[in-house]
Design a binder for this molecule. Sequence first.
Ligand SMILES: [Zn+2]
Ligand SMILES: [Zn+2]
Length: 280
Amino acid sequence: MEIKFWGTRGSIPSPGPHTLEFGGNTSCVEVLLNSGRRLVIDGGTGLRLLGKHLMEAASPVSIHLLLSHGHWDHLLGIPFFTPIYQASTEILVDGWPPAFQAMTRVFDSHMGDGFFPVAFDHLKARIDYLNRLAHGPLEVEGARIDAIPTNHPQGGFGFRIKEDGHTMVFITDSELGADRGQRLPEFAEFVRDCDLLIHDAQYLPEDFPERRGWGHSTYEEVVTLAREGGVHNLILTHHDPGRTDAEVEKIIELARQLATGGPNPHYIDAAREGACYRLP
Ligand SMILES: [Zn+2]
Ligand SMILES: [Zn+2]
């Protein structure tokens, strides 16, 4: 499978000269399966650029959209995803169940209560809500997708995608240190031996205890999880909107120092908008 970052930022878009390296668009990751099937995780503002890219190809757009949760930084791009206005587009939605409701509420309704002038019911694309992941794994053309509840206010899902013996895990907006880290063994089992873990590392250790309960992790906690789970490659994401490129570079450096000497993970980086990874 091939993984491409279209949005790496958390909380709110943060364009400007200090975020050019890692990107200012919010959460959106494209996963192109070996079968050719396209999965999109989250509909943050990065989804707008992915939509533009897909519209440039001649073929109709058909995707699985996996929503981690319903917070705005993970939905903001959906009304600006141009393929949603094409009748030829097919979108199968799954993920954290309340996130689909949140996605429809972004748009206007007959009550006029949305945040956008176009009504959800007037969108031309065919949008089907699968709601499978809340009840077990989802099979997509030979790939298996599993979900794990995150530690996050109002809840959410992390996803594990396995195809042809290779596994990537995407967990955003999850506070590993919640309840004194009591779910760490469960998360370690979920990420066990994966080729690539992409995990929220929005905060620094010094941001706590003030931000305890806000639903995010530190690079220290994520490196610990990666070690416990035998993760091969680690990418830190959901960068704080106030974090400059230089500050994200510093976090990478600190995470690498922390992992030195251990068997895993042997590669650590931070998510960069436009970066692409291929498994194997
Ligand atoms: Zn978020
Ligand atoms: Zn969130």
